[in-house]
Design a protein around this ligand. Structure first.
Ligand code: IMP
Ligand code: MG
Length: 407
């Protein structure tokens, strides 16, 4: 049985927390895309971990974790992260492996990434981790993979500075190298989690191009990055927040108005701790966008949704969600590809009664106040997708399931 976990919005939905939660039962976790641009926060026993490259399930000693083929890996960032885990007494040795097909990020790509974005007429707002440069070189067939580190001619072609950078990491990287197809073929029948990075709307093809990241953050990416093929995927879980956030530039039809709604804006950002894990940038915040969420469900074959951050709305008298866009006077319910249309779109909102009580102690759907259940039920109805996991706080335990995800 394997389950793919993706973000169903613009990233930062709480995937790390959901993977960490499900990791209790899994044996293998495969991160399938992106690089150190991602940031996953997990709070365990009061300790907060910020992970960028290592799959979130590493905190469970029973899991072996893999960095997949469609990832781009900055060795310096990876070994810093592993050292941080070691400091917290998380024993990772012998449990972290890397696909021999994964590409490597070299240090000078970070600067190039920032330079390139600042030269754009309409900058994307890159995290500056060299991700876009690496994926571009990969498409141009000029990047270097883990498997290439033992290819003498290829190594000789490298610039001196790049070779000098890689040198101290070679032995450690090669000791973690695996053929992921073989590993996961041998693991079939076990519980395998595929962990995405970013979100469906930041996917290179399905997202709000060009305001996207450069990898495959959609569910299909798990088939490629996991080296297993699409029919080996059993279930897709899409994680979303009770509201929307976005980091960087690009359209966001439901963003709160920073002037006329500054109170709500600041409230959601502060209550939800909506500051980037990787860059510290304040995240843009807005209403839950059901038009975008339903598109994510349909374009990623999401079987089950996981709703996080529901508790952020605990003290509001009313809660609103976007059920359609008004674009030049036309009511639109299908998520447009046109950036101009998305920029012009004004949200048509449905208003719900707030629950005005703390959800933190809720451990089942029935524990939720009627008003919160109404919000949950409507999202299911609109998207046609069941909400199987609900999270009501930051800690690992502030989560409950409504169905066994592993069935
Ligand atoms: P890049 O992937 O660093 O080039 O960033 C491209 C766009 O994706 C920027 O708008 C980033 O803010 C956004 N982005 C990249 N990774 C993440 C993430 O993990 N969470 C949220 N946004 C991200
Ligand atoms: Mg994040």
């Amino acid at each position: 049985m394997n389950v793919v976990v993706i973000g169903a919005q613009w990233g930062d939905e709480g995937k790390g927390k959901v993977v960490d939660y499900l990791g209790n039962e899994s044996q293998y976790i495969v991160r399938f895309s992106g690089g150190a641009n991602a940031g996953h926060t997990i709070v365990n026993n009061g300790v907060q971990y910020a992970l960028h490259l290592v799959p979130s399930g590493i905190l469970h000693p029973n899991n072996t974790v893999y960095l997949g083929a469609a990832m781009v890996i900055d060795p310096e960032a990876l070994f810093n992260e592993l050292a941080m885990l070691k400091e917290h007494n998380i024993n990772w040795e012998g449990r972290v492996f890397i696909s021999d097909r994964a590409h490597l990020v070299l240090p000078r790509y970070r600067e190039l990434d920032i330079q390139r974005d600042s030269m754009r007429k309409r900058p994307i707002g890159t995290t500056g981790r060299g991700i876009g440069i690496t994926y571009a070189l990969k498409s141009e067939r000029d990047s270097i993979r883990l498997a290439d580190l033992t290819w003498k001619e290829k190594m000789d072609d490298l610039e001196d500075a790049d070779r000098a950078f890689l040198e101290p990491y070679l032995d450690r990287l090669l000791s973690m190298k695996v053929n992921l197809t073989t590993e996961l073929w041998n693991a079939r029948g076990k519980k395998i989690l595929f962990e995405g990075a970013q979100g469906a709307l930041l996917d290179l093809d399905l997202g709000t191009y060009p305001y996207v990241s450069s990898g495959f953050s959609s569910a299909a990416g798990a088939a490629i990055g996991g080296c297993i093929g699409p029919r080996a995927i059993d279930k897709v879980l899409g994680v979303f927040k009770a509201y929307s956030t976005r980091v960087g530039n690009g359209p966001m039809p439901t963003e709160f108005n920073a002037d006329s709604q500054s109170e709500l804006y600041n409230f959601v950002r502060d209550t939800g701790r909506e500051y980037g894990v990787t860059t510290g940038r304040p995240r843009r915040c807005g209403y839950l966008d059901l038009v975008a969420l339903r598109y994510a469900c349909r374009s990623n074959s999401i079987d089950t949704l996981a709703l996080t951050h529901l508790d952020v709305y605990d003290t509001l008298d009313t809660v609103e969600a976007c059920i359609a866009y008004n674009i030049d006077g036309t009511i639109v319910e299908e998520f447009p590809a046109s950036i101009e249309d998305l920029n012009k779109a004004t949200p048509i909102l449905k208003t719900f009664k707030g629950w005005n009580t703390s959800l933190k102690e809720c451990r089942s759907y029935d524990d939720l106040p009627a008003e919160a259940r109404e919000y949950v039920d409507f999202i299911e109805l609109y998207t046609g997708t069941r909400i199987g996991i609900i999270s009501v706080g930051f800690d690992r335990n502030d989560t409950f399931v409504r169905e066994n995800i592993w069935k």
